[in-house]
Design a protein around this ligand. Sequence first.
Ligand code: ATP
Ligand code: MG
Length: 389
Amino acid sequence: MTLGVMGGGQLGRMFVHAAQRMGYFTAVLDPDHLSPAGRVSHHHIQTAYTDPQGLHLLAQRCVAVTTEFENVPASALQELARNVVVSPAASAVAIAQDRAEEKAHFAGCGVPVAPYAVIETPAQLASVAADLLPGILKTTRMGYDGKGQIRVADRAALGTAWDTLRNVPCVLEKMLPLQLECSVIVARGADGTCVHLPVQRNLHRDGILAVTEVYEGNLPPALTERAVAATKSIANNLQYVGVLCVEFFVLDPASPAAQALGGLVVNEMAPRPHNSGHYSIDACDVSQFELQVRTLANLPLTQPRQHSPAIMLNLLGDLWPGVAEGGAATGTPPWDAVLALPGTFLHLYGKQTASKGRKMGHLTVTAASVAQVRATALAAAGILGMAPF
Ligand code: ATP
Ligand code: MG
């Protein structure tokens, strides 16, 4: 049987690896002939995401199709769903594509969000409550890795920022005092079974995930229980089938915002495996990509067990010699020195060129103890020229 995926990025590539390991054939639809997933898949359909012929071919080849990035046009998923099983459903992906709809869904689930206002008209811009500033103006659609968002200190900056974003529909979010960030990945089957990975603690730099740490004691247990419960309620209320990641802010407990909002605030969701779950390939008995395969093929879901403390370092193009200085890569990072450290797993996505902020791969570090995993990960970061954490 063949399983299909819309999108050929690194998430699609790791889905393909998991599916192939379990004996499936795979098909990827992505226009780029060099896409990371297309290059490792049995079939690669190189058309636009909305191309009727490409979608027809994918539906014909596959018993079920999933998606690896949330900006696949919902209309393409609807079209596919006429002829083949599609999960997650177009309706759920459509909500995740739109920050305003997403926030309304979270609020409907009783999970607090950052105070915000929708800005679609000059009148809405003018009537923004003073309490939302300083804030972050984010385009409602198509943002990722901190793109499509601008931090604004006051009303004048807000107006300028909305112009910079070409006056497209936006949400203005109040800037919250973050103590830390975390995320929860669940997999939900068609029968309503819902399992979750351990809660991930995430460090972002310049709006991009830099480090994920997952081990006993990375977060207070009372907090992780609330985050898991909130994520399951978000998935259940969508009748979601597939892998879903929800990102959370944990607020500085001393701040008035924490008093007002209860300490844990949902940021956004991704209707697919997530960068913060990559450690599960090497540190859990079932990875987030195997969970994706299982939900897609309607196989049983078992609660994943993490067998080693883990830290994931994102390998951005900036780490390639020459790139941080604004040029083309003149070599590669010192992989031999990194791989000489015990318990390191190097994943590279096969991208042809490194550039600033581009996700080229990740390094997962595992060890027998929390102290050891931190020591090894910090040593790897030092070798790679990443700031300590
Ligand atoms: P992703 O790649 O996760 O999809 P994104 O581009 O959608 O990222 P967000 O998750 O909205 O961006 O924001 C990126 C980061 O910016 C957050 O992880 C957080 O560190 C910071 N941030 C975003 N919104 C707020 C806020 N309201 N208050 C404080 N910090 C924020
Ligand atoms: Mg985010």
